[in-house]
Design a protein around this ligand. Structure first.
Ligand SMILES: [Zn+2]
Length: 93
């Protein structure tokens, strides 16, 4: 299932189209083939906060605006500002 957003993959942190479990499409297929998909639990209702922050950092490096990042992550601009504050103070983990 694709959410239609580009994400920082949970295994390799490279950007790519999201396929499921926080993995980009190519990695999801690779893990399924290798039988290691279970290492990455389903995201369920919401995407993990840390994963969103990682994706935020990747998108910011690419020069996307707060508004664009918020749209990709399907969160509010206010949330993106929170990620920014958290990564500045080093409490992202
Ligand atoms: Zn990956």
């Amino acid at each position: 299932m694709s959410l239609g957003i580009e994400v920082a993959c949970r295994c390799c942190h490279k950007l790519g189209p999201h396929n499921g479990r926080g993995l980009r499409h190519t990695c999801w297929r690779r893990h399924r083939k290798a039988g290691t998909l279970d290492q990455y639990p389903p995201l369920g209702a919401g995407l993990p906060r840390l994963w969103r922050i990682e994706t935020y950092l990747e998108l910011r490096e690419r020069g996307l605006s707060k508004q664009e990042i918020a749209a990709r992550l399907e969160v509010t601009v206010r949330s993106v500002e929170r990620y920014a504050a958290q990564t500045r103070t080093g409490v992202a983990a």
